[in-house]
Design a protein around this ligand. Structure first.
Ligand code: MG
Length: 169
């Protein structure tokens, strides 16, 4: 059984915060505002994963007011989401994402982001695709007021465990 999921996030760019995307801290004069590290790419990915498994959304699992999530790396949240899916026998087939940012240039950081996500999801990097685009100066991302990300994932349900908890194939 296969399931697809979609996720979207947008955070405001402000002074005095690091810019973290896909688990990479990127040199920039602005960073994303938020309770966690505000990593929009990983938030969109978490929502896509949870959505595909019909497990709600990131706000349900990680309420933004909770102290333990303050400035937390979203890689930790992604790991928790991955573990929730694992408990229900969901396997990530592939994921694709697009980041919308006018600046800075993200191309030099894409490979490191793919590695971070593949490591946490425990999948090969060849099934983790990340792209970046600008919006030609249009809209909030084009005016550099924020950075947005969209993600889709495909999950496959693994066979149930055998009677003594072992893999059946
Ligand atoms: Mg968010």
């Amino acid at each position: 059984m296969s399931r697809i999921g979609v996720g979207y996030d947008l955070h405001r760019l402000i002074k005095g915060r690091p810019l973290v995307l896909g688990g990479e801290t990127i040199e920039h004069h602005l960073g994303l505002a938020g309770h966690s590290d505000a990593d929009v790419l990983l938030h969109a990915l978490c929502d896509a994963l949870l959505g595909a498994a019909c497990l709600g959304d990131i706000g349900l699992h990680f309420p933004p007011g909770e102290e333990r999530f303050r400035n937390i790396s979203s890689l930790v949240l992604l790991k928790e989401v991955r573990d929730k899916l694992e408990r229900e026998r969901w396997q990530v087939v592939n994921t694709d994402a697009v980041i919308t940012a006018e600046a800075p240039k993200l191309a030099p950081h894409i490979e490191a982001m793919r590695d971070n996500i593949a490591r946490v999801l425990e999948v090969p990097r060849t099934v983790v695709s990340i792209k970046a685009t600008t919006t030609e100066g249009l809209g909030p991302c084009g005016r550099e007021e924020g950075i947005a990300a969209q993600a889709v994932v495909l999950l496959d349900k693994k066979p149930p465990l055998g009677p003594s908890g072992q893999e059946t194939e």
